[in-house]
Design a protein around this ligand. Structure first.
Ligand SMILES: C[S@@+](CC[C@H](N)C(=O)[O-])C[C@H]1O[C@@H](n2cnc3c(N)ncnc32)[C@H](O)[C@@H]1O
Length: 239
């Protein structure tokens, strides 16, 4: 086996381990939350199914840089990234929903399917999303082009929740995505992004050029790998 084959096999093995560990972690977190929480998300709890995990791994094998994660996000991360979303932040745009971990958390927060636009580049993910969430508007396209489509009959969105792998994207692409997303938001709207990295996944130069401020809103170890969530807003609002 050559060096590339060894690398792919190694990452695939990590994926399989990740699936087992994340399933175990999600089950534990699910149990803990069921005994300690009373909010509406408890009744709508949903961990990633084995079929969704398999779908994720297959998509990753086909396109490792676009999927850029070893497993779907955990329920803990989905709860964290949607923690500031409520029925008053509708409509909501989700970028890179994959198998729908964050989509289900958004529904559990009181957002109705009809108030969701799901923007997903991967065809098989987009197909499965439109089957699972038939009343949501699923768009199979590049998130950087959302400024070219009309969403919610022209109403601006209250929030963007992003599962996009910004860390593995070149700066111009990150900037294009942020400009397109903020063009669809209300003046007070926020963009929520998770990252596996140590800091904000949007470089300072890009934040400055687009006129944004980033704030870390929390982190969780119950995810493979552990993740942090940032809120991006227009500079004048963050002051
Ligand atoms: C790290 S996965 C996250 C999936 C899901 N949100 C989760 O947390 O489990 C990244 C997702 O973003 C999608 N994606 C990557 N680049 C994209 C782009 N330019 N436009 C739209 N979706 C994209 C991938 O297909 C994949 O579903």
């Amino acid at each position: 086996m050559d060096a590339f084959g060894t690398l792919v096999a190694g990452i695939a093995a990590l994926n399989v381990c990740g699936l087992f560990v994340s399933t175990f972690a999600e089950r534990r977190s699910s149990k803990a939350q069921t005994t300690s929480e009373t909010d509406t998300t408890r009744t709508q709890a949903h961990t990633n199914s084995p079929a969704e995990r398999l779908h994720f791994v297959r998509a990753w094998l086909r396109s490792p840089l676009t999927v850029a994660a070893i497993a779907p996000s955990s329920r803990a991360l989905a709860r964290l990234i949607t923690s500031e979303i409520s029925a008053s932040t509708i409509p909501v745009i989700e970028l890179g929903p994959g198998t729908g971990s964050f989509t289900r958390a958004l529904l559990a927060r009181g957002v109705e399917e009809k108030d969701l636009a799901l923007v997903e580049f991967g065809k098989s993910f987009a197909y499965a999303l439109s089957a699972s969430f038939p009343k949501a508007n699923t768009l199979c396209m590049d998130a950087a082009a959302i400024n070219t489509v009309k969403l919610f009959d022209g109403r601006p969105a209250g929030a963007v929740v992003s599962g996009l792998p910004l860390l593995s994207m070149p700066k111009p692409q990150v900037e294009a995505i942020l400009r397109a997303a903020f063009g669809k938001l209300t003046p007070t709207g926020a963009f929520y992004q998770f990252t596996y990295g140590p800091g904000c996944p949007v470089p300072r130069t890009v934040l400055d050029r687009v006129g944004l401020e980033a704030e870390r809103i929390g982190g969780t170890f119950i995810n493979i790998p552990p993740a942090t969530v940032y809120r991006l807003r227009r500079v004048q609002l963050a002051a």
